[in-house]
Write a protein that binds this ligand. Structure first.
Ligand SMILES: Cc1cc2nc3c(=O)[nH]c(=O)nc-3n(C[C@H](O)[C@H](O)[C@H](O)COP(=O)(O)OP(=O)(O)OC[C@H]3O[C@@H](n4cnc5c(N)ncnc54)[C@H](O)[C@@H]3O)c2cc1C
Length: 383
């Protein structure tokens, strides 16, 4: 039985790893470098997603918190706890009562594998940890989540998939997918045709176009929502912050990141090409203005070392991209499995469920070898 995975983002590499551990003969095709697209343009948070509770995405948050605990245990050198501070001001769109309720629920959903319970902090306690603007500060909260190097995570998973026997073909674009009844014929760049018994399509944001080009119908359609980040040339604090934009109620992060500071993200419907996605001037100005509302040492363009942007593949449609769930959907049609959406945090659950769908198709449940990642010593390079 030959299986193909199309797309080497965190979801595709996770699925290849999961299938290889079940001794499937799996080949992954990635048009560039594994992990170099959306999966290396994230906010670097391994988190339940406190803000998703506002839209009552409880099951997603619970699953993400379970996966956060699993990743902290299995990849302790790559996934590390981080303290996040949540200051509340006189004009904050969400009150202390609402935030406290969210944090209590977040702790409950994390259960026994929680990193630590949230704490209430006075304005003075907050000011001692981060350089916040004092005027109007009422106090706030501290809670724990986790952070990772997203690209290194994807590279570690792909290296582990190879170790388990998966074949990984980078710089190999799948041009088309044709069904011959029982098999799929995969045409790859260079003109070669290869036959597979089952195909898993994990093309991330390229999914809509790929399905349309190949005449494959689906119940789902992705909304493509760009998110941009600033990398400052200095570090603000050891703790991160979750801050609220006054104009549109959105939340955004200010996070310690490799000796510097990461500020993001935006959420803008993405209308242009998916190749070389970049932060626009408007998004950069938006993030600078939001940051300067809260931090005592204001920043300008000179304080930005670099910017990066990615496109979220979100399942469904809404006028406000912040309200679209970060959930994933797996859709099996015969011997084709399409993977829609998902967060980096939930790649393991998603991959496990994908492998179970493959098992279902072949009518046999295969046990996976234990989850062991290869050591950190192999170089990962830059995306
Ligand atoms: C701004 C932003 C911030 C985010 N922050 C977080 C966060 O903090 N925490 C979190 O958990 N999640 C976060 N996410 C979500 C997370 O990044 C994505 O859900 C995840 O990376 C999606 O992975 P993927 O494998 O589906 O897509 P991708 O990483 O884009 O992978 C798809 C791959 O398919 C390849 N491909 C496409 N077509 C073909 C083809 N025809 N042939 C061969 N290869 C092909 C592409 O080259 C690409 O590498 C964020 C997303 C964004 C955009």
């Amino acid at each position: 039985m030959r299986l193909a995975v199309i797309g080497g983002g965190i979801n595709g590499v996770g699925i290849a790893w999961e299938l290889a551990r079940r001794d499937y003969d799996v080949t992954l095709f990635e048009k560039g470098r594994c992990g170099a697209q959306t999966s290396s343009a994230t906010t670097k948070m391994i988190h339940g997603g406190l803000r998703y509770l506002e839209n009552l995405h409880i099951a997603l948050v619970r699953e993400s918190l379970r996966d956060r605990a699993w990743l902290l245990e299995h990849l302790p050198d790559l996934v590390k706890p981080v303290e996040i501070l949540l200051p509340v001001y006189d004009d904050s769109p969400r009150s202390r009562v609402v935030i406290r309720a969210g944090l209590v629920l977040y702790d409950l959903l994390a259960g026994r594998s929680n990193i630590a319970r949230h704490e209430a902090l006075t304005a003075d306690e907050l000011m001692a940890r981060v350089p916040l603007v004092r005027a109007g500060l009422r106090g706030g909260f501290s809670y724990r989540d986790a952070q990772t190097d997203d690209y290194a995570l994807a590279r570690r998973v792909v290296a582990s998939a190879i170790e388990e026997g998966a074949t990984v073909r980078e710089q190999t674009r799948v041009l088309s997918l044709r069904s011959s009844g029982k098999e799929w014929i995969v045409a790859i760049a260079g003109g070669a045709l290869e036959r597979f018994d089952f195909v898993i399509n994990a093309a991330g944001p390229w999914m809509n176009a790929f399905l349309a080009e190949n005449g494959i119908r689906s119940r789902y359609r992705l909304s493509l929502v760009r998110g941009s980040h600033l990398v400052l040339n200095h570090r603000i604090a050891d703790a991160g912050m979750l801050l609220q934009s006054l104009s549109d109620r959105r939340v955004f992060f200010v996070l310690p990141w490799k000796g510097t500071t990461l500020v993001g993200t935006t959420e803008v419907m993405h209308q242009t090409s998916l190749e070389h996605v970049q932060a626009t001037n408007e998004e950069i100005d938006y993030l600078i203005a939001r940051f300067n509302r809260y931090v005592r040492q204001p920043i300008g363009r000179d304080d930005i070392a670099s910017t990066f942007a990615g496109v979220r593949p979100l399942v469904g449609r809404a006028t406000n991209p912040s309200t679209i769930a970060r959930d994933y959907r797996l859709e099996r049609r015969g011997n084709l499995l399409n993977v829609f959406g998902g967060k980096m945090t939930t790649f393991r659950s998603l991959s496990e469920k994908a492998a179970m769908r493959v098992d279902n198709y072949f009518g046999q449940t295969r046990a996976a070898r234990p989850a062991v990642f290869i050591s950190a010593s192999s170089p990962v390079g830059q995306p």
